[in-house]
Design a protein around this ligand. Sequence first.
Ligand code: AMP
Ligand code: MN
Ligand code: MN
Ligand code: MN
Length: 281
Amino acid sequence: MEVNIIKTDLHCHSTMSDGVLEPEEVARRAHANGVNLWALTDHDIVDGIPVARAEAQSLGMRFIAGVEISVTWSGHTVHIVGLNVDDTHTGLVEGLRAVRSGRSERAREMGRRLDAMGVPGSYEGALRYVSNPALISRTHFARYLVDQGVCKSLQEVFSRYLGENCPAYVPMQWSSLEQAVGWIRAAGGRAVIAHPGRYNYSPMQFDVLFEQFRDLGGEGIEVITGSHTPDQYSVYADVARRYGFMASCGSDFHGPRESRIDLGQLPPLPADLTPVWHDWH
Ligand code: AMP
Ligand code: MN
Ligand code: MN
Ligand code: MN
């Protein structure tokens, strides 16, 4: 009997957003780790897809074009992953351009607030960590602050300075849930709620989020992700069953020394769930 084990990783980042490896390096690392179905899902941009796809193809690794879209829902940020999208689709490409357009001004304001907190020069400092000027993120500030010795870890930066409710946190109006799911679907893709365990919604808000997402045509939820604890694997497996969502899995890898979970280093999905990739050939 031929056994075909699919080792899937459908969530990770490159230098096109806030990852530390170039798209082709992420492809090579995924392949070296045994991944055979791989998606690159940079924040709010698909410009890394052509290079990632070409490298994956030359390695013989199945490739899925992806993106992780920033959404504001009920006053907080939610990430929606789009998988198997046409990365040249104008509606998607232009939508993403609009979503990321406020990032530079937000970064300047983060810099001003950090200045006021006695941490000077962080805007210029963060810029040195940015590889794509169109996409400056909190992660770039966090790397700078850690390397400067202001904080010991990225986690500490987010709990003291840049996380929600922290003094240097600059709230953003990202896209709406409807826009993000709409762009993904228009581009032929499948919308997936990223790392639901990271959001601080009440149980009632979560129910509304899942229902709205499903009503808008959202189809999947990340069950196994580098952002979830094993307990959360079961919680969101149950959500998938309850709402009829397909299940996704991805490391959310950002860099070799940074990410708790490396590419492809995830347990399998619970066997009764329908994988988001079940009908991709
Ligand atoms: P932004 O899109 O600029 O708001 O930045 C969000 C990114 O910050 C996420 O995609 C993560 O890569 C990173 N991030 C958020 N919270 C944390 C955390 N607690 N520890 C480490 N990285 C984080
Ligand atoms: Mn990130
Ligand atoms: Mn995310
Ligand atoms: Mn991510």
